[in-house]
Design a protein around this ligand. Structure first.
Ligand SMILES: NC(=O)C1=CN([C@@H]2O[C@H](COP(=O)(O)OP(=O)(O)OC[C@H]3O[C@@H](n4cnc5c(N)ncnc54)[C@H](O)[C@@H]3O)[C@@H](O)[C@H]2O)[C@@H](O)CC1
Ligand SMILES: [K+]
Length: 504
């Protein structure tokens, strides 16, 4: 599990660690690690450190201090290092070290800074780190914007400036780095969008904080973590041990979502899929997934609506269900069941309109995108997008459910647990119907007995991995980065789930 922390948690751990160390030890560890990463980069792009051009953007705090000390180390190896001092004051020790090593430093001047960035092989963004707050003030904001025109690689020191280290919030100009070198531990804002899309790759420099870190605020499961949580059938397995998932989805108007959700559940290894809906979606699901056992519902007679469905260990409710009175009757019947229920899509709209549906004892998993969460919380969508971590946490507490917030970084929140961040996926996943597949995968894992928290985070991981496999045309396919990927359809994602499971 890759764990991540808020700025306050990092500061507390740093204070505890520093109490037993000579002053300046942590900064010199941080600067040494940073200089080493930069030297390796320069070796890569220039073939040597000597004679390379390094630009430092140094704010007035310790983040600037780390940067100036690292610049001093590079200058002492023969790099031509020049610092732009963004604040009215600069870190004294760092500045003295840089000048003593032969580096140069000048106060901010926009034209000169632009020129410097156009010449530098690497640019170190040391404007603000965990001490930053709110939108970048001037001239920090202008400098952050100028990095977009840098000719060389942009290395963010600890955190890309303009990204809130604790939450990933971005409120104005922010540096987009090729690489972020972070000290001591991952900051939560490096793993959560919009911050995560500003970091480039992230390299952790160990400064000895480990023993002083508290429980994390955020955790990103690895493939091994997911593999460890997944149930594997044994010799004694039968369909009930593997898990029977019920799917209440689709309507005579919307049929595709039902087929996709059922596909996610079938391919993720449900012991059995019981599909319950009106006649048309039932006909289509039978045609595409003959292994599903189907029941035609008559929601105009809500009494005993699900009596004919048979035993189910978890339900998926909502994809393509519609939002009218009959859909409401289905939602009420499903949510009255004493088994875990995943609510998605139209199910979320129904729940937003009638929160009494969520008064239940068995676990509930809600899987909104930002627009659906906006309706559930009564908060504008833009505010949710800007502060995803805060809102997913709030939703879990307020709705008493596990909440999986979809998006470029999918988050899973449950009260009193670290928010889990999903690291798999591809931008090609942003296409209609993929969410329905995710609902089926999650439902299968819930039925197999995983908790809502584990089922949602494992399903997000598997779904993202399957999408990547589908986009690359197979587990071994594709090329470097996004280049080897092609558009995918939602059903391709369902079909790639077994390959994703094989890889775990
Ligand atoms: N605390 C520690 O023990 C260690 C800290 N380290 C470094 O120190 C950093 C934290 O240093 P600081 O606490 O001095 O804080 P920062 O250097 O991150 O930020 C504080 C500075 O930024 C300015 N600032 C804050 N918000 C701003 C905004 N919106 N616009 C413009 N300027 C703004 C402040 O006026 C101040 O000059 C870490 O990110 C890390 O780089 C490392 O050296 C490791 C050890
Ligand atoms: K920074």
């Amino acid at each position: 599990m890759r764990t991540a922390y808020t700025s306050d948690q990092i500061r507390t751990a740093e204070t505890a660690l520093m109490a037993g160390l000579p002053e300046g030890t942590l900064m010199s560890r941080a600067a040494a690690g940073l200089a080493m990463v930069c030297a390796n980069l320069l070796q890569g792009v220039r073939g040597r450190v000597y004679g390379s051009h390094v630009a430092l953007l140094a704010g007035g705090g310790d983040n600037g201090g780390d940067t100036l000390y690292a610049g001093a180390r590079l200058a002492s190896r023969g790099a031509r290092v020049e610092a732009v001092l963004a604040g009215s004051r600069a870190h004294e020790g760092g500045l003295a070290a840089l000048l003593a090593a032969g580096g140069r430093a000048r106060p901010f001047d926009a034209a000169r800074a632009g020129d410097l960035l156009a010449r530098a092989d690497i640019v170190l963004d040391g404007l603000v780190g965990i001490g930053g707050g709110g939108a970048l003030r001037e001239p920090y904001g202008t400098l952050a914007e100028l990095t977009a025109g840098a000719a060389g690689l942009v290395v963010a020191v600890d955190v890309p400036s303009g990204v809130d280290a604790s939450s990933g919030r971005v409120e104005g100009p922010a540096v987009r780095a090729h690489l972020t070198v972070t000290f001591g531990a991952y900051k939560a804002g490096l793993l959560v969008d919009p911050g995560a899309s500003h970091t480039g790759s992230v390299e952790l420099v160990d400064i000895g904080l480990g023993p002083h870190l508290p429980d994390p605020e955020v955790a990103a499961p690895t493939g091994d973590d997911v593999a460890g949580l997944l149930p594997r059938p044994g010799a004694e397995s039968d369909k009930y041990r593997r898990g029977v998932v019920g799917i209440a989805a689709g309507s005579d108007t919307y049929t595709g979502a039902a087929v996709l959700s059922a596909g996610g559940a079938v391919r993720a290894g449900a012991g059995m899929v019981r599909f319950a809906s009106t006649a048309e979606p039932v006909r289509l699901v039978r045609a595409r997934w003959p292994e599903a056992v189907t029941t035609v519902l008559d929601p105009s007679a809500p009494e005993g609506l699900l009596d004919e469905v048979g035993r189910v260990q978890a339900w998926v409710l909502g994809p393509g269900l519609g939002t009218g009175p009959e859909a409401h009757a289905v939602a009420r019947a499903v949510l009255a069941a004493d088994v875990p229920v995943l609510v998605d899509a139209d199910g979320l709209t129904l729940v937003a309109k009638d929160r009494t549906l969520l008064r239940r004892a068995a676990p509930t998993v809600l899987t909104p995108h930002a627009g659906e969460l906006s309706r559930l919380l009564g908060v504008p969508r833009e505010r949710i997008e800007a502060a995803r971590l805060d809102h997913v946490r709030r939703a879990a507490a307020e709705l008493g459910a596990t909440v999986l917030l979809k998006g470029s970084t999918t988050l899973v929140a449950e009260e009193h647990r670290p928010v889990r961040v999903n690291t798999t996926g591809t931008p090609w996943l942003a296409t209609g119907g993929t969410g329905d597949v995710l609902s089926g995968i999650t439902g299968a894992l819930l039925a197999a007995g995983l908790s809502g928290y584990d089922a949602a985070s494992c399903a997000a991981y598997i779904h993202g991995l399957a999408a990547r496999i589908a986009a690359r045309g197979g587990a071994a396919g594709g090329g470097d980065g996004r280049r080897g990927e092609a558009p995918i359809a939602a059903l391709d994602v369902a079909e790639a789930v077994p390959e994703a499971l094989r890889m775990l």
